[in-house]
Design a protein around this ligand. Structure first.
Ligand SMILES: Cc1cc2nc3c(=O)[nH]c(=O)nc-3n(C[C@H](O)[C@H](O)[C@H](O)COP(=O)(O)OP(=O)(O)OC[C@H]3O[C@@H](n4cnc5c(N)ncnc54)[C@H](O)[C@@H]3O)c2cc1C
Length: 506
């Protein structure tokens, strides 16, 4: 595995093209061999054989992590054949192989009859459930249901010694607790029991618009704590002509998108009025369905749309203006050319987690760092008003606290331990060319220092190069001690997924 603290080899574009990189396209490694076990049993035998020879392995799922966690120059184990999912409707659990895509989990749950409480926000839901369980798992509905780790009822693990172990909150509880968010350090997850809930078919989504900072912060806290809302996310635009014009006018525009699941045929107007009564936004807009699930628009009138739009919708940049420009050029027999090949962009993504009481301190500092490194222009964009305006995907989401007693908190989860009601996640997702990568990594490092200084943490699927102190602050000494004891017990020679978290395998 490669981490940014190691000297990275010079970038080999051909190797990156051949899939020896991850989504980040920052690190690459060419494995000496790639094995694709067909079954859990074959995986167990493979790991046992490698352990006997003292050979390191790295587990690869879809490689949507961005820090080289899945890369190795030793043996790569590609688990993509361990897919498949079945539904135990009586207990409302989908049992999924680690390589089952979220799409297959959602369909196996007979969506929209049932749905997992938490589902990621990914185009077509192609990322896989075993990878998500291994890194964390957050989505639109975390403000109501907490993170994905709260909705896993059981796991099956294969250890480096080839043991196959069932675990749950009651059986082999420590293995269960240290696998969720554990980056595959103590075993490979070969089955995930995903809880599902009865679902409603329709959504009403309001976009609450603020230019008063104080009201925004007050209403965001209120919305995150509002039991009537299923999804809450805040958004701010840092770049683009609209943001520049507003900044010149001294307007700091922020949005809160709130969602409520409803049955077919409810009175959208009445539900909208009831929600609006509780908030002090300056302007209200409503989300409306577009032609397909990749397109949502905005309207002045409340409208219900299918929940499928929320589950499958990933609003990517769609500039209406460049579409128009292409059409004009086409009239003259010309093609529009873009100098940027989006497939070749690198992704120094740097999502941060912070307690609500430090958010007002964290946010302006983060915005300043993003601007200073020239990254505001490169943040992932989301299309609004059917591509007329592309807004930076600089999103804040809430993760509800679900544990009562401190000992019930999952130790490697994204929940900050001291929060009273919820942790806030802030997504910072720049997409840059290789020439701009140094600036992106410099931003990532500085944001990382800033979030730890604000008592927060990083979401470690993203780009990072933590100091020893930051790793210690992140997990806390007692969690690290227990995690290392489990590692030493189940992988005594530290061969499985070594280096996924800095300093733990040295
Ligand atoms: C476009 C995009 C959208 C994303 N959206 C979300 C989102 O909405 N919510 C969210 O929480 N995260 C999101 N992520 C972050 C995160 O990368 C994914 O949740 C996760 O990586 C998906 O699983 P994967 O199969 O790609 O895992 P990989 O990247 O392949 O693996 C991640 C880590 O887990 C280990 N691992 C993978 N599978 C197993 C296993 N079965 N057993 C043990 N260890 C394993 C790997 O070795 C590696 O260390 C997103 C990332 C991208 C790039």
């Amino acid at each position: 595995m490669s981490t940014s603290s190691e000297a990275s080899p010079p970038i080999d574009d051909a190797a990156v093209e051949e899939g020896h990189a991850d989504y980040g396209r920052i690190h690459f490694r060419i494995p000496k061999e790639t094995l694709q076990p067909e079954s859990e049993q074959e995986l167990a035998e493979t790991l046992q054989a490698k352990a006997a020879k003292g050979e390191a392995v790295a587990i690869r799922n879809t490689g949507h992590s961005t820090n080289g966690q899945t890369l190795t120059d030793a043996t790569q184990i590609d688990i993509s054949r361990l897919a498949g999912a079945r539904f135990d409707e009586a207990n409302r659990i989908v049992y999924a192989g680690p390589a089952a895509s979220w799409d297959s989990v959602i369909r196996t749950a007979q969506f929209p009859r049932y749905a997992p409480p938490i589902f990621p926000n990914n185009p077509g839901q192609q990322i896989r459930v075993g990878g998500t369980a291994s890194v964390g798992g957050v989505g639109f509905y975390c403000s109501k249901y907490g993170g994905f780790w709260n909705h896993v009822s059981s796991l099956r693990l294969v250890t480096m010694g080839g043991e196959i172990i069932d675990c749950s909150p009651d059986t082999n509880a420590d293995l269960f607790r240290y696998s969720l968010g554990g980056y595959g350090r103590i075993g490979v997850i070969t089955e995930v029991g995903v809880d599902v809930l009865p679902s409603k078919p329709k959504i009403l989504a309001l976009v609450l618009v603020y230019w008063n900072d104080e009201t925004f912060h007050r209403d965001l806290k209120k919305a995150l704590d509002d039991p009537e809302l299923d999804g809450v996310a805040a958004q701010q635009d840092l770049s683009g002509w609209e943001a520049r014009v507003l900044r010149v006018l001294g307007v700091d525009l922020k949005l809160i998108v709130v969602m409520r699941e409803v049955d077919d045929g409810v009175d959208a107007e009445a539900v909208a009025d009831e929600i609006r009564d509780r908030y002090d936004e300056e302007l209200t807009l409503f989300v409306e369905a577009g032609a397909d699930v990749t397109g949502l628009g905005l309207s002045r009138k409340p409208e219900l749309f299918d929940k499928e739009y929320v589950v499958y919708f990933t609003p990517s940049e769609q500039s209406w203006w460049s579409g128009l420009w292409s059409k004009i050029l086409a009239l003259f027999g010309k093609e529009s050319s873009s100098t940027v090949d989006v497939e070749k962009l690198c992704h120094p993504w740097t999502d941060c987690l912070v307690a609500p009481e430090r958010y007002e301190e964290f946010l302006p500092g983060a915005v300043e760092i993003i601007h200073r490194h020239g990254m505001a222009e490169h943040l992932e964009k989301e299309s609004f008003i059917n591509g007329l305006v592309d807004i930076d995907s600089f999103v804040t989401f809430g993760i509800k606290r679900r544990w009562e007693r401190p000992e019930d908190r999952l130790p490697l989860s994204l929940d900050l331990p001291d929060v009273e009601k919820f942790t806030l996640g802030v997504a910072v997702m720049p997409n840059v060319t290789r020439d701009q990568l140094d600036a992106g990594i410099a931003m990532s490092r500085e944001l990382t220092d800033h979030v730890y200084a604000c008592g927060g943490r990083r979401y470690l699927y993203g780009t990072h190069d933590l100091t020893r102190e930051q790793v210690e602050t992140h997990y806390g000494r007692s969690t690290l001690d227990r995690w290392q004891a489990l590692k030493d017990e189940h992988d005594p020679h530290h061969l499985l997924n070594i280096g996924v978290i800095e300093h733990l395998d040295e």
